[in-house]
Structure formats: structure tokens, C-alpha cells
Design a protein. Sequence first.
Length: 272
Amino acid sequence: MSSLIEVKNVIKQYSNAEGKLLTVLDGIDLNFEQGSFTCILGPSGCGKTTLLELIGGFQLPTSGQILTNGNPVKGPGMDRSMVFQTFDQLLPWKTVFKNVEYALTINKIGADKKEREDTVMKFLSLVELEKFRDYYPHQISGGMKQRVAIARSLAQRPQVILMDEPFASLDSQTRNTLQEQLFRIWEKANVTIVFITHNIQEAIVLGSKIVVMAKSPSKIVVNIDNPVDAGGGIRFPDAKGYNECWKFLHEKISAQTYKEELIQENNPDEIC
């Protein structure tokens, strides 16, 4: 597979109230292949969301470069779509159907209304919500809202979907169900996904690649193909190699958290 997204030596810095530069990302190098599902893990504050926003074009790096299809990212684009953690990303005065259709209308996707309607129903069916087309956001669950947001993203035909902890606020049972549904959607939709999570289980279950980011300084400490045998499908906890992979990732994240605590104790000004 070819690299769809290239992150080349990216540094991102901000100025605090005193004018001191704080480094959020420090020399990040990553490649995301076409059709891959990459899960990014790391402690809070390590810059995971910042990296996602840079790939999305919502922010620009201080130095370094991000490319999609070999072209520099200079801002948001139709080739990249984002799904957030919040359940409030839908328009409350529009139905499920109209929420998805609206995204197509404002982005001028589809030759006419009939084509847009067919596209909406295709992706509502993919996320198994076609029977809820006329419901309003307040009438459906949090998990269903996230599936609508995923359908809306897919309907815009992006090459990449950027997902910022979309299941973090859900109960464990709903979360597990949506993980499996998202995996099936990814298999069918032929889309590249970059998925931020704090959950090791989620990263192993979903990711074809797993990345661990460190804080202080913010760097990549793990970048591996998922070693767990998927058996042609989603990786359940009883899959071969699951326990070994979980322990490996847990040790890496725990080491970074401990290192951060030591730095903060001895030199708190260096924490970004």
C-alpha cells in the first residue's frame, strides 16, 4: 500500500501567557497508508488531538510538513473528514436524514436531490440506521448519534476519516458494539482511518497499525503493525497474541507516564 498521508519532522509550538514557547509536538514522523486503520495512544496532553487537527488542516505546524497524496496540507479539505468525541456534532433541528443530506448539500456533492437522497440512504444503511431516518438527535442514543456522524463523514466520500476518541463517553457495552460496527464499516467503505484513543483494548481491537506517543518531549515511541492475529476480522481478547500486545503497550504508556511525573516533579516548567 502507498502512503496517503506523510507527517515529516513536524514540530508544533505555542506561546504561553509569559511568551514562553511550549512544544506540543517535537519532530513527529509518521506515514499512513491507503486503507489503513491507525490507532494513536498516549497519555493526556501528549498532543494526539493536535496531531489530528494538523492532519485535518485545522492548524498548521510550526515547522515540518504534512502531505496528503504528495500535496502539502494548507487547510481543511474534502479529502479529510473529522468525527469528534462530543455527541453535539449533529444539528438538533434536523432529522438524522437531513443531518447527513445537509453535509452533501453545502459541499455540493451529488448531481441532484435524488442522487443525494440515494447517497444518504446508502450510508445510513451502512451504519444500520435507515429505520431512524426521521428521528431527531434528541430522540436517539449517544451511540446512534456517533453512527450518524460517521455516516455523514462517509457520505462526503473522504479518503481519510479522523476520529478523536469518538466512543470515549459511551458505556463499555455500547463502546464494544460500536467498535465492531466501525470495524465492519471500515472493511466495506475502503477508507483510511486515523483514530485517537486512550484505551489499549480499543487500539488492539481496531488498529491495523498502533502508534504510541510520549509526552515531554512529545515523540513517537511505538509505531508497529498490529501483531495480534485478526483471523480475517476484528481482534477479540481471546485472539492469539492479544495479551502479549496489551502488556507491551501498557508498559510503554506506563513508562511514559512515570517519566512525565518525574520531569514535572523536578522541573515543572518543562512540561508542555
